[in-house]
Design a protein around this ligand. Structure first.
Ligand code: ATP
Ligand code: MG
Length: 178
């Protein structure tokens, strides 16, 4: 199965990102990610035997025990890849503990024998794929701040017309003391 681990977005940030996506619609052609699929990938595992799901879930649980829920803030737009067919994303201005959380999840996976993509972590939410950025300016993204409090292991099903991400296991971060 194709698997990845991602931090989920709080509803208010999902809405803000959906608004950014709506602003892009008038300006950029490409394949839009459905707002209910927005997420922040922490570790991409790729093809993994289903029998290893419990070990991955354990790595996620252990990593999440170290972290309290934290606030993040949406930042500017950015892209990966060539300008005629780019992955367009909105970054995080304020990342909270997200880089440390990603490092901890990756380390836990590594110690359990998983071999996965070692690209350095870049906090972002993908809004479009195959975006044509060759013409015109990009709109201003919507900003906002919100609390990240859950990390989920997803199965990515790419067999249909749109990617479908099925949650297999979720770990909650502890609530912050106020
Ligand atoms: P599609 O590949 O059809 O465009 P998708 O990228 O949404 O769909 P996946 O390729 O399964 O679906 O990726 C799931 C998540 O993992 C996405 O957030 C994606 O950006 C990320 N991802 C995919 N491949 C890698 C990789 N090689 N390294 C890091 N992250 C990756
Ligand atoms: Mg992909």
């Amino acid at each position: 199965m194709r698997l990845f681990v991602a931090a989920e977005l709080p509803e208010n940030l999902q809405e803000a990102l959906a608004e950014t996506s709506a602003r892009l619609r008038g300006a950029v052609k490409g394949r839009y990610v459905a707002p209910d699929s927005f997420h922040m990938t922490l570790a991409f595992l790729g093809e993994v035997d289903a029998g290893r799901i419990d070990a991955i879930a354990d790595a996620v649980d252990v990593a999440c025990q170290e972290f309290a829920a934290f606030e993040v803030g949406l930042g500017p737009l950015g892209s990966f890849g060539k300008r005629s067919s780019a992955t367009l994303w909105q970054g995080l201005g304020e990342q909270g503990a997200l880089p440390e959380l990603a490092a901890s999840v990756r380390e836990g996976l590594r110690t359990r024998g998983f071999d996965f993509d070692e690209k350095s972590f870049k906090a972002h939410v993908t809004l479009m794929r195959k975006a044509d950025l060759t013409s015109g300016a990009l709109p201003m993204p919507t900003t906002g701040r919100g609390v990240v409090d859950r990390v989920t292991l997803f199965h990515s099903d790419l067999s249909g017309p749109r990617p479908v991400y099925e949650p297999l296991h979720t770990a909650e971060l502890s609530q912050r003391e106020s």
